[in-house]
Design a protein around this ligand. Structure first.
Ligand code: G3H
Ligand code: 13P
Ligand code: ZN
Length: 328
């Protein structure tokens, strides 16, 4: 059955669990998430980026979600727009059956510059008002994702000297978070705490100086009833790096967000945990393995089935670690 982000995260807060939000672009990823959820009785958040919507087509995605909900009638499904960057993206998502949207006003719509606070406040408030009219939920974001190691933001062109962002911009300010949530009325708030998107988050196992979980604790203390969202939350497990590299890949050593840090976040108000890179790596490792071990293989299913199984196992491990399992 369909469920909004607000309904799901309210339940998660009541029971003290977190929900991974996995990105999808195709049928195999959708089936992998649902198989994992069914195996451990977990509710799901399936999210599509703007890139996913372009890749798969809105109608394809919408009907795929219908199909998944029909195939797995006992699993509550929240369908969420990941990183909506303007009103049109959010409204067209809702029109295609998404029950939740992210209005990411932390960057300007062109994603090249960090946005002003006023810009973020205004556009997020407007999207929240419109989405709430029609019963959809809204996630906002305050703070720019980026590395505390290098000062590089995800905006291509950071403000300030040498294009680097300050710690201030890379870490959500708790007092500003209170103002933002109160004024925009978002259902969930994505925060910046030193994580970034993709595989190359940290050059070493992160400690408190580069992964600022304390910021989450401070925000939660001021906003105990707000559902917090962690972006860039792939753990980039060593095993997945090893599989890719064993079968002809060439990924330099890297470190993600340890699962135990996320579990700590969940104790302090984190309810939605965005994971895409880990799923991509799980699948890509299997593509490489089949390609290298069976050079004569050309049936796409022989590549996609092991990839789907690897993603399913990854999803299930996160459902279990975050306490989502058993809560469908
Ligand atoms: O926010 C980033 C997600 O991993 C989606 O990535 O825009 O390449 O689909 P994408
Ligand atoms: P990862 O790249 O760490 O998987 O983060 C995904 C994400 O935040 C999607 O919004
Ligand atoms: Zn994200």
């Amino acid at each position: 059955a369909r469920i909004t982000l607000r309904q799901l995260l309210d339940h998660a807060a009541e029971r003290g669990y977190g929900v991974p939000a996995f990105n999808i672009n195709n049928m195999e990823q959708g089936l992998a998430i649902m198989e994992a959820a069914k195996a451990c009785d977990a509710p799901v958040i399936i999210q599509a980026s703007r890139g996913a919507r372009t890749y798969a087509n809105d109608i394809m995605l919408a009907k795929m979600i219908d199909a998944l909900a029909e195939i797995y009638p006992d699993i509550p499904v929240c369908m969420h727009q990941d990183h909506g960057n303007d009103e049109a993206t959010c409204m067209t998502a809702i029109r295609h059956g998404f029950t939740s949207v992210m209005m990411d006003g932390s960057l300007e719509a062109d994603a090249k510059t960090p946005a002003s606070y006023e810009y973020n406040l205004e556009i997020t408030e407007r999207v929240a008002r419109m989405a709430h009219w029609v019963g959809a939920s809204v996630e906002g974001e305050l703070g720019v994702l980026g590395s505390l190691e290098t000062g590089e933001s995800e905006a291509e062109d950071g403000h300030g000297a040498e294009g680097k962002l300050s710690q201030d911009q890379l870490l959500t300010d708790p007092d500003q978070a209170v103002d933002f949530v109160t004024r925009t009325k978002v259902d969930a708030l994505a925060i910046a705490c030193g994580t970034s998107h993709g595989a190359y988050k940290f050059t070493r196992k992160p400690t408190g100086d580069i992964l600022a979980m304390r910021v989450i604790e401070e925000i939660h203390a001021k906003l105990p009833n707000t559902h917090l969202v962690m972006h860039g939350s792939s753990s980039v497990p060593q095993e997945l790096q090893d599989v890719i590299n064993r079968y002809g890949g060439d990924m330099p050593q890297t470190f993600g967000v340890p699962v135990e840090e996320i579990v700590r976040g969940i104790k302090h108000g984190v309810r939605k945990v965005n994971i895409d890179t880990d799923c991509r790596m799980a699948m890509a490792g299997q593509f490489r393995k089949v390609a290298l071990e069976r050079p004569g293989e050309f049936d796409p299913r022989k590549f996609l089935k092991p990839a789907m199984d690897a993603m399913r196992d990854l999803c299930r491990a996160r459902f279990e670690a975050f306490g989502t399992a058993g809560n469908a």
